[in-house]
Design a protein around this ligand. Structure first.
Ligand SMILES: [Cu+2]
Length: 68
């Protein structure tokens, strides 16, 4: 199990939260997605086999950019 946190500055409402959550939970091996609206952080818990790239793509797919 691995937990990764991303800074996603454009999350602004519950709509954004569900877009990201829906997109990421579709990825095989993703177990938990937590979006902190106030701090603009997306935390993803997944099995070790999920490539990081997949998660980044999911966030992109939902229409959001990750701040590096
Ligand atoms: Cu929104």
């Amino acid at each position: 199990m691995v937990e990764r946190t991303y800074s996603v500055p454009d999350v602004s409402c519950e709509h954004c939260v569900s877009s990201i959550t829906n997109e990421l939970t579709r990825i095989n091996g993703v177990e938990k997605v937590d979006v902190d609206l106030e701090r603009k952080l997306v935390t993803v818990a997944s099995s070790d086999e999920v490539p990081e790239q997949k998660i980044r793509e999911g966030i992109d797919e939902a229409g959001f950019d990750i701040a590096e």
